[in-house]
Design a protein around this ligand. Structure first.
Ligand SMILES: C[S@@+](CC[C@H](N)C(=O)[O-])C[C@H]1O[C@@H](n2cnc3c(N)ncnc32)[C@H](O)[C@@H]1O
Length: 208
């Protein structure tokens, strides 16, 4: 177990996270905003998209260490996060055991997302970040289940969801990375009448 993991288990990471995030953001801007942006900047983007569209539910794919579930706990009424690795899921469950608005799901997001989307009675914000990234992370049937995820969200009975997809650079370099090509994201979004923009290494799929 790393020192960071121990700090997460003890709740110390939650205490220092706001100050650390501000520091990360400052350093990133000072360096000229290189790609990829640090996680603090990505979470700030999620906060502002949620505010702009009035979204109170966050659905994340790829829980990992539950850092986003913890950092955004005060920004949403409901946070659902899906993780494929039983080990990471169990650790995240322990870390969020006192967080009433967190629902952690063990499974492959390509398979379980349809069921989760079906529980939403109003538009939510989706943070699609499930992918294999070495170490303790899990590999599903594909490095990134993005196509099945987009289909599950944009085919749902309730419309108007907003989707933010991390790691745009990997989709733009699919031959090297093994990710689906960026064009697949654009075409899936357009099929459902969504427009796509890109900001800080993320795709934003926006209704209408
Ligand atoms: C980059 S990490 C997620 C980081 C996290 N979203 C955050 O903001 O801190 C990617 C995670 O996705 C998980 N993963 C990989 N494939 C998955 C799948 N098909 N379904 C759900 N989780 C998956 C990996 O095990 C890993 O924990």
């Amino acid at each position: 177990m790393t020192a960071g993991d121990r700090a997460r288990d003890l709740g110390l990471y939650d205490l220092v996270e706001p100050a650390y995030s501000r520091y990360q953001g400052r350093m990133w801007r000072r360096a000229g905003c290189p790609t990829p942006a640090p996680s603090a900047v990505k979470r700030q983007v999620l906060r502002s998209v949620a505010r702009e569209y009035g979204l109170r539910a966050l659905i994340e794919t790829g829980t990992y260490k539950a850092d986003t579930v913890r950092a955004l706990r005060k920004d949403f009424d409901r946070i659902v996060s899906v993780e494929l690795s039983p080990e990471l899921h169990a650790r995240a469950l322990r870390r969020t055991r006192h967080q009433a608005n967190a629902e952690l799901v063990l499974g492959d997001s390509a398979l379980v997302l349809t069921g989760i989307v079906g529980t939403l009675d109003r538009p939510g914000l989706f943070w699609l970040d499930a992918h294999y990234s070495g170490g303790r992370t899990s590999l599903g049937d594909a490095i990134s289940p993005i196509e099945a995820e987009i289909d599950a969200i944009l085919s749902a009975a309730v419309g108007g969801h907003v989707v933010v997809i991390d790691d745009a650079r990997e989709f733009h370099d699919s031959e090297r990375s093994g990710y689906p090509a960026a064009e697949a994201i654009y075409s899936a979004a357009h099929q459902h009448g969504y427009r796509v923009s890109e900001e800080h290494d993320a795709f934003h799929l926006l209704p209408g």
